[in-house]
Design a binder for this molecule. Structure first.
Ligand SMILES: [Zn+2]
Length: 609
């Protein structure tokens, strides 16, 4: 007996045999039973999903000697002729090769002849979108007034290329990709019938490679049987399809998740050298990360995935160790890569750079995680774990941390010596209000003073972490320290900066530096000061405040006033600096820019056109 390829041997002969298209089969069956068959059908769907097979079954159903019937007999002459492709009344036209106007003219003439034997003359035009415009126009005339005995069945993978005038005259059916598990089940039936030994992983790999097309899956099995004989395993399948093994995919996913750039790059280069399809690899990687997200959010859905038990288990284990935010970032990068790769010449380079970005994104802390950490930190501080340091260890620590400030009175000094202001620097005007504060508030007061006299230094040091913040802080002053809350006040003229500066990242930078300078945990609060006092120049770094300074809240207004009165010599250079930073600030408040800065924990270093 002559060898028959599997795709032909296993071609569905009844509507019930068509895999994964029950919605189409059911509607057509009902139409035939109700004798409400349209004169033109359009089957749309990816290759190998059963369009042509369904069209042929339809032809048999209409022309079977025992029909019209939704279950053609497959035994009568007509049925057998149609199955063999030799029926005079079922004309199959390949739109790709017969796309000229002549062929359609022939068709237009032939439709008027009665069918030779069967009740209907059925035209099946495959890849109908390939017809030329003139051919479509010629066809349209026939479609508008078809003779009663004529039926058209069109099939296409690209319905958007079919003119609307044609579409509107057809009943359209969309055939879907066949679910993996249905392909696997069908392949298993075929393998048993062919007495081929093939394991589950190999069957799944064939189905993956066929991308929802049964014909491709059958052709691959055919090819594998002639290539390997009666025993087939996963590696044979991977070689035929150029796809990457599941375990290699898992290894790459793991490398990305642990941020191991070297391992990810190594895996990519191995796959490239083995001749794997890199575009394919990216699509499958996206699928892997998508599965992880599903396993994370809807663990019960893993059961329904097309996976072996071992694959499903691997997914469950991994999903417990991932953060959704990081995986989503990876998926974004890969999706972008997928579309860029389709036009790219050097796919490997694109793949490698994207893998680096993926590995970094996967190992980088997300904003959500940061917020959680900050909340935990706050809770820990509130519990008092950080408190002893505030009272006790500050003195020595402060000196260790700030050796350059050794010539400055430390903030804890009980009775600071007489004002030792730098020459030319007027002393601060302070309200006289000798009070006897509690030890804590006394410390807070000293801390306020200390911060005030070291404000420029403070802004410089914060600027080293977050350069943009410095621009804001130059127009602000420490107003008070109450408990662990340091309030920074903004002159009304720059009042909007109080809200601009208030981002999680800026708070972190400021609090970190406040913590270093005060040698204890500190939180920051931003307020706009009440009194308008124009631009506030900076104090010199080495001001030592008089001991009888009042509470900072009260002196805030005084401060503004005092500074306004202070030397205007600094103002011009100060203003220049501020102008520059204004541009930076504008950028900083661009939502996209601030998102990037937040995501990468970075700073704007340079602005270029
Ligand atoms: Zn029949």
């Amino acid at each position: 007996m002559a060898y028959e390829v599997l795709a032909r041997k296993w071609r569905p002969q009844q509507f019930s045999d068509v895999l994964g298209q029950e919605h189409v089969s059911r509607t057509l069956t009902n139409a035939i039973e109700a004798k409400r068959v349209a004169h033109a059908y359009l089957f749309v769907g990816p290759r190998g999903t059963g369009k042509t097979s369904t069209a042929r079954i339809m032809a048999k159903a209409l022309n079977c000697e025992k029909g019209p019937t939704p279950t053609p007999c497959d035994a009568c002459t007509t049925c057998r002729e149609i199955m063999a492709g030799g029926s005079l009344d079922v004309i199959e036209i390949d739109g790709a090769s017969n796309n000229g106007v002549e062929q359609v003219r022939d068709l237009r003439e032939s439709v008027h002849y009665a069918p030779a034997r069967a009740p209907h003359k059925i035209y099946i035009i495959d890849e109908v979108h390939m017809l030329s415009t003139q051919a479509f126009n010629a066809l349209l005339k026939t479609l508008e007034e078809p003779p009663k005995h004529v039926k058209f069945i069109f099939a296409t993978t690209e319905p958007q290329k079919v003119p609307a005038t044609i579409l509107s005259r057809c009943q359209r059916f969309d055939l879907r990709r066949i679910p993996l598990r249905e392909i696997v089940a069908q392949l298993r039936r075929i393998a048993e019938d062919e007495q081929v030994e093939i394991d589950e992983a190999a069957l799944l790999a064939i189905a993956r490679g066929a991308e929802g097309g049964m014909r491709d899956a059958e052709s691959a099995l055919d090819q594998l049987i002639s290539f390997r004989g009666k025993r087939i395993d996963e590696s044979d399948v991977l070689a035929v399809f150029g796809i990457v093994s599941w375990s290699a995919l898992e290894e790459l996913v793991d490398a990305i998740l642990r941020g191991d750039v070297a391992a990810a790059i190594r895996a990519a280069s191995e796959m490239d050298e083995q001749g794997k399809d890199l575009q394919r690899l990216v699509v499958e990687l996206i699928g892997q990360f998508r599965n992880l997200l599903i396993a994370l959010h809807a663990p019960e859905a893993v059961e329904k995935m097309d996976l072996t038990e071992a694959q499903a288990e691997g997914l469950r284990v991994r999903s417990k160790e991932i953060s959704a935010g990081r995986v989503l970032r990876v998926v974004d990068i890969l999706t972008d890569l997928d579309s860029r790769m389709r036009q790219a010449l050097s796919r490997r380079t694109l793949l490698e750079t994207a893998l680096i970005r993926c590995a970094r994104a996967a190992s980088m802390v997300t904003i959500d995680e940061l917020i959680r950490q900050v909340a935990e930190l706050r809770a820990a501080l509130a519990e008092g774990s950080g408190m002893p340091a505030i009272q006790g260890g500050r003195t020595t620590q402060a000196r260790v941390v700030e050796p350059q400030a050794a010539d400055v009175e430390p903030p804890h000094a009980t009775e600071p010596s007489a004002p030792a202001a730098a020459p030319g620097t007027p002393p601060l005007q302070v309200a006289e209000r000798p009070v006897a504060p509690t030890p804590t508030s006394r410390n807070n007061e000293e801390e306020t003073r200390y911060l005030l006299s070291h404000w420029r230094e403070f802004t410089e040091r914060v600027g080293a972490y977050a350069s943009l913040v410095k621009g804001y802080l130059l127009d602000a002053r420490p107003v008070s320290v109450v408990g662990d809350v340091v309030t920074i006040g903004f002159d009304p003229e720059f009042g909007e900066n109080a809200s601009k500066i208030d981002t999680l990242r800026n708070r972190n930078a400021i609090q970190k530096m406040l913590g270093t300078m005060l040698n204890r945990g500190a939180r920051v609060d931003f307020v706009v000061l009440e009194q308008t006092a124009g631009h506030v120049p900076l104090p010199a770094d080495h001001i030592v405040t008089p001991p009888e300074r009042s509470r900072a809240e009260r002196s805030a207004a005084d401060m503004s006033g005092a500074r306004a009165a202070e030397g205007s010599g600094q103002a011009s250079s100060e203003y220049k600096g501020e102008k520059e930073s204004r541009t930076l600030q504008e950028w900083l408040h661009e939502p996209a820019v601030s998102r990037v800065i937040d995501a990468f924990n970075g700073d704007i270093e340079d602005i270029r056109d």
